[in-house]
Write a new protein. Structure first.
Length: 318
């Protein structure tokens, strides 16, 4: 990933021709393919797996993943456009695409070794759903009070613990799991592991029965002596707190979406949300675009106020 900021010559509120074409393609797809399934998915509290295959065909499972790794070769800003357009039709569809691109693909691109990227990014961009597992019963707002433990055993790490409220848990096959490998060091012991659904000792547990956004799965994950190969550490041992930066992108994505007219379509008095819409399109838009540098395809000044460090983060969608 490059640190160079791309100058499109446009303000952050304008779209390039490529971005407009991409936005329109996602908008048409959402109307034609997603809308007919929304009511049934919500009633059944089940995401239609045929949509995931269609997301893959449209390139929505790896929007800013490099083409040589199986992705669409777009920008992070395009991922925000996709989430925005899908949210106008169905929140559950937009959540799946959002988590896939911001919380799952981003850590692989930013922290994965060349070997890890070559192994997993083509799978994620190719339609295997990912999930990001940070939250636990005792670590919500205090995201680093993790009870999940990791102990090294020969060439493997052994994980024990339970994660709660994990978005995409029912559909996911690749999980980013946070565990503490050295509790004596506090958050500096936290390490991030790549866990596949069929790893021994790993189980997807209870699925929550929610009041809304029901087709988006929210589950618990259970690790009972779950064995993970040493090469499946994502980033560095003890540096898992760095990977929570993916939450910045996810939070900003949803602040951006809150400003989209389609997301509040059907509200009795949508004009009441105008202040939030303006904030998302202006101040938060600039913050969003600065969060990933050149990868977003926009020129913006360096942030005067950097994004919060690990101690200021919340678990969000993981």
């Amino acid at each position: 990933m490059t640190d160079m900021i791309v100058d499109t010559g446009l303000p952050v509120t304008a779209l390039t021709e490529d971005e407009m074409m991409f936005r329109d393609a996602v908008r048409e797809f959402a109307q034609a393919e997603v809308r007919p399934l929304v009511e049934g998915m919500e009633k059944a509290a089940q995401f239609d797996k045929s949509l995931i295959a269609k997301f893959k065909e449209l390139g929505l499972m790896g929007i800013d993943v490099d083409m040589d790794l199986g992705g669409a070769g777009g920008t992070f800003f395009m991922a925000m456009l996709a989430v925005e357009e899908l949210s106008a039709i169905d929140a559950s569809a937009s959540v799946l695409v959002d988590v896939q691109n911001t919380l799952c693909n981003t850590p692989f691109m930013d922290f994965g070794s060349e070997e890890i990227q070559k192994k997993y990014l083509p799978q994620l961009a190719g339609g295997r759903v990912g999930a990001y597992a940070l939250s636990e019963a005792g670590s919500g707002s205090d995201a680093f009070a993790l009870a999940t433990r990791a102990e090294q055993d020969g060439d493997d790490w052994v994980l024990n613990g339970t994660k709660l409220w994990i978005t995409n848990g029912a559909e996911a096959e690749i999980f980013i799991i946070f565990a503490n490998a050295d509790p004596s060091k506090g958050y500096k012991g936290i390490t991030t592991f790549i866990v596949e659904k069929d790893f021994p000792g790993f189980t997807v547990g209870k699925k929550e029965d929610k009041l809304g956004i029901r087709a988006s799965s929210t589950t618990e994950l259970i690790m009972e002596n779950c064995r993970v190969p040493a090469e499946n550490v994502l980033g560095e041992v003890g540096k898992g707190h760095d990977l929570t930066r993916a939450l910045d992108a996810d939070h900003l994505a949803w602040l951006h979406v809150e400003g989209h007219d389609g997301a509040v379509e059907g509200c009795p008095e949508p004009g009441q949300l105008e202040p939030r819409r303006g904030a998302a399109q202006r101040g938060l838009g600039a913050l969003l675009l600065s969060s990933r540098g050149g990868h977003v395809g926009r020129e913006v000044a360096p942030a005067d106020h950097p994004l919060p460090g690990p101690e200021g983060l919340e678990p969000g969608l993981g």
